[in-house]
Design a protein around this ligand. Structure first.
Ligand code: SF4
Length: 510
């Protein structure tokens, strides 16, 4: 059996929280979700001929995909899909079908987890994986290779085909639940003339999340060309490897799509062993993708201690909530080699922190920043602009706050009502959103989709202008310019910094 797993090309850019000048076609990191699915399959089904393609990293176009599919003739292609890449993912699915009629297409990823049925209803999608994909995709491959329907595979949706019987519930827009008994809906696909075909859409039960992440193999980076990945703020290391030590976050920030999700983690030994293995091969730089690595403080300290104990001599970047960064955590971070800690400050005004249910205070933020400075631990601040009722002046003042607290790095996002977040739900309930643009997009994706904002004072275009103005104001301040130039220690780093500057100046394609 031949299986291909693919990160589709990025052609249509959806304007949302990040500024296009800094985000579009930026250097990227390997997507650990789909890489983890590929690794899990590779390790358990060595008989399967597996091909992994990251079109973004490899710069592949839709035409390239058609050629690759024609040559490889896969039985099954798995595509990863965020809401941003939904349109391109479906276009990729279409190309796969046109290039190899027998290939089945399975789509997984965060968008599918939010909208499994809507995704499965799309013409060129045969299967959807919602929730964590490692075990689900493996079981799907088992079913397909044995020629049976994947009934009972948790976290999977699929289609059955027949030639008769029409369920009016579907045609009337009846909506099944993902949980509970598998649901069956039927709809009509017209193939021109009078010919009609009935397809039944099946959504199996949800798969419980993986409790012990040590049971999920570390991503096999031999599946990708790791040299193709780098990030605009990397400091010039040849390779920076992404690591995932935990999933989920129990906190309540209302703009965040993983709020109140179960925190699960890999053991410190598992992670340290993985880093040690790569360090022995000469890799010195790592990036933890965990949204909140310190959610469980004792575990985080144990991890840092384990890295110190093994004397790995590596540097790595992590993310943490402000209120988890007490002196002990920060000291062990520093000793273990953390070169930058990202924190969600979002705002320097208490009214906005409360509105977002950040559950932190401005005093806590300033205290944390002062303590980080004292031990020379660089901080990357995630800031939010375009908060409900926030004025341009207030947004510009955020830079003053960061300068006052000598923050080293910052990114400024425009608060976006992302699908199925608490903020999105509130906006629908109180009429800020008259209708749900994400639902329409999930059902009928269009390339010109624009994400909705919550500010209420400025248009999306105006917010984007302010965002660029604020970002320039921060990065072009003499202190920050000096600090960034001082960091340059290689030609690669110099190139990346130059690109960042050109993009901030609005020079597209840099
Ligand atoms: S702490 Fe971070 S990851 Fe957790 S809910 Fe808030 S924004 Fe999301």
């Amino acid at each position: 059996m031949k299986v291909m797993l693919m990160v589709p090309p990025e052609k249509h850019y959806m304007v949302a929280s990040t500024h296009k000048a800094l985000d579009h076609k930026r250097e990227a990191r390997p997507l650990l979700g789909i890489l983890s699915v590929a690794t899990y399959l590779k390790n358990r089904r060595p008989d399967v001929e597996l091909k992994f393609i990251d079109c973004r990293a490899e710069g592949l176009t839709f035409e390239d995909i058609a050629q690759t599919i024609r040559e490889f003739q896969p039985d099954l292609v798995g595509l990863t899909c965020l809401t941003f890449s939904y349109y391109d993912t479906l276009h990729t699915a279409r190309i796969i079908k046109e290039s190899c009629q027998t290939a089945k297409v399975c789509v997984g990823g965060w968008h599918v987890t939010l909208y499994p049925q809507e995704t499965l209803n799309q013409k060129d999608v045969d299967y959807v994986v919602f929730g964590e994909g490692e075990k689900t995709f493996l079981e799907l491959v088992d079913a397909v290779s044995q020629g049976r329907h994947p009934e009972g595979v948790l976290g999977l949706g699929y289609k059955l085909q027949s030639t008769s019987k029409m369920n009016s519930r579907w045609l009337d827009g009846g909506s099944p639940q993902v949980t509970g008994k598998p649901v069956m809906n039927e709809y009509t696909v017209r193939h021109g003339g009078d010919h009609q075909q009935i397809k039944q859409v099946m959504l199996n039960h949800e798969r419980p999340v993986e409790e012990n992440l040590d049971d999920i193999d570390s991503p096999d980076f031999s599946l990708v060309d790791i040299n193709r990945y780098s990030h605009i703020l990397d400091r010039g290391f040849d390779v920076t490897l992404p690591m995932e030590s935990s999933r989920g976050c129990p906190f309540t920030c209302i703009f965040c799509d993983i709020r109140k999700t179960r925190f699960r983690s890999r053991s410190p030994e598992f992670i340290a062993t993985e880093m040690e293995r790569w360090a022995a091969k000469g890799v010195r730089s790592f990036f933890f993708v965990d949204d909140n690595l310190t959610a469980n403080k004792p575990r985080a300290i144990q991890l840092f201690k384990e890295i110190v104990r093994r004397n790995l001599n590596v540097e790595f970047k992590v993310s943490s909530r402000i209120d988890r960064l007490d002196d002990e955590v920060m000291l062990w971070m520093k000793r273990a080699g953390v070169s930058r800690v990202s924190v969600g400050i979002e705002s320097s005004k208490q009214k906005y922190l409360d509105l977002m249910q950040k559950k932190i205070t401005v005093e806590q933020i300033e205290d944390c920043l002062a303590r980080a400075r004292k031990i020379d631990l660089p901080v990357f601040a995630f800031m939010m602009l375009g908060l409900p009722g926030q004025t341009r002046q207030e947004m510009l003042e955020e830079v003053d706050f960061l300068k006052k607290n000598k923050v080293e790095y910052a990114s400024f996002s425009v608060l976006t009502l992302y699908p199925k977040t608490e903020m999105h739900r509130i906006a629908l309930a109180n009429g800020v959103l008259k209708e749900d643009p994400w639902q329409s997009f999930a059902e009928n994706p269009v390339p010109e989709m624009q994400a909705p904002y919550a500010n209420g004072l400025y248009s999306g275009e105006e917010l984007k202008k302010i965002q660029l103005e604020v970002t320039r104001r921060f990065y072009f301040s003499p202190r920050i310019l000096y600090r960034r130039i001082r960091e340059v220690n290689s030609f690669k780093a110099l190139k990346q910094r130059a690109k960042l500057a050109l993009r901030l100046l609005g020079i597209e394609g840099a």
